[in-house]
Write a protein that binds this ligand. Structure first.
Ligand SMILES: O=C(O)c1cc(C(=O)O)c2c(n1)C(=O)C(=O)c1cc(C(=O)O)[nH]c1-2
Length: 311
């Protein structure tokens, strides 16, 4: 059973909080933005003085901005923590060692669908940036997943995780057995970044503020409870722990520097909230597959029909 949005949302209400109306706000966010390349302010249309009320002198202004940035960062962190998918019942069961081999295989297969779309998403985000520096950092993300040469990178490591849990590499690459709800969740994230502003696309990646923690929890859980899995298969998580820390720091710096106006801060929080929903929905689909359509019920390791992967 899933927690309702209210139960898993412990977001302190700010003066312009989007908490509690995240779905509506995130829709507003995608509707009002352009997919075009935008200026270095992230398309946020930032009015720097907009949030400074009656503060005399530059020192006072600087202090007010710093306080505002700290409050904004706290809002982002509250969403990234309070609504993160480590609280999802499927992840809780995984971490407690309760998943069957069949359930773990189903998770690995469906999460691979997410993994293979991350560099596609990042290429779309990169195309929105108009400075070399920003594109360079984002290009590194694409390379982290795709590898610079054949046989390297995060997608390759995820395929090795698949092999370690008993999945056929070819089955993973074919996309066979990916659940409809997982396809929708992943499409939702890619399209959000395709059509959103740079600010929204980068803010959505800030779930990664919580990713290093879940990587460590997962490594510990796998080593402790799922010893039938070759520990070499956990390389993806070990590498991602460091990459996620670095990537989320970079993304946070961009979002803090772009979103100075209240409306932009609200959009960033809504984008992050939407991304939490993406991760949550993906796990909902995986968790409930046993009771879903018979076509998706069986263990992907033993399925023989081939649905084919649709990008
Ligand atoms: O296993 C996880 O729990 C998890 C979560 C997230 C996340 O929080 O978005 C990412 C990843 N893994 C991951 O491996 C990854 O490459 C990644 C990229 C992104 C992103 O939004 O750009 N999130 C995540």
């Amino acid at each position: 059973m899933s927690l309702g949005a209210d139960e898993r949302t412990k977001v302190p209400a700010g003066p312009h909080t989007a908490a509690g109306s995240d779905a509506a706000v995130s829709r507003e966010g995608t509707d009002t933005v352009s997919a075009d390349t935008v200026s270095a302010d992230g398309g946020a249309g930032v009015g720097k003085a907009a949030r400074v009320n009656g503060t005399a002198g530059l020192g006072g202004q600087t202090q007010a901005w710093a306080a505002d940035a700290a409050a904004f960062e706290a809002r982002l962190r509250a969403v990234a923590t309070g609504r993160y998918h480590d609280r999802h019942p499927f992840n809780v069961r995984m971490h407690e060692g309760q998943l069957t081999p069949s359930e773990l295989r189903r998770w690995v297969l469906n999460r691979f669908h997410y993994q293979r779309h991350i560099p596609i998403k990042d290429a779309l985000v990169m195309a929105k940036f108009d400075t070399r520096e920003q594109r360079r950092t984002w290009l590194r993300r694409v390379q982290d997943h795709d590898g610079k040469v054949e046989g390297e990178g995060g997608i390759e490591n995820w395929l090795r995780l698949g092999t370690a849990v008993g999945l056929d590499r070819e089955v993973l690459l074919s996309g066979e057995g990916v659940l409809p709800g997982v396809r929708l969740a992943v499409d939702g994230y890619v399209n959000f970044c395709r059509h959103g502003s740079p600010l929204e696309a980068v803010a959505a990646s800030l779930t990664e503020l919580s990713a290093p923690g879940i990587m460590l929890t997962r490594i510990d859980a796998f080593e402790r409870h799922y010893q039938w899995i070759d520990p070499a298969g956990l390389a993806y998580f070990r590498i991602r722990e460091h990459q996620g820390r670095r990537d989320s720091r970079e993304a946070l710096d961009l979002v803090l520097s772009w979103a100075k106006a209240a409306a932009d801060q609200d959009r960033a929080v809504a984008a992050l909230s939407f991304k939490c929903d993406v991760l949550w929905s993906l796990l909902d689909a995986v968790a409930h597959a046993d009771t879903a359509d018979p076509a998706t019920r069986s263990d992907p390791a033993t399925r023989s029909d081939r649905a084919g992967w649709r990008p």
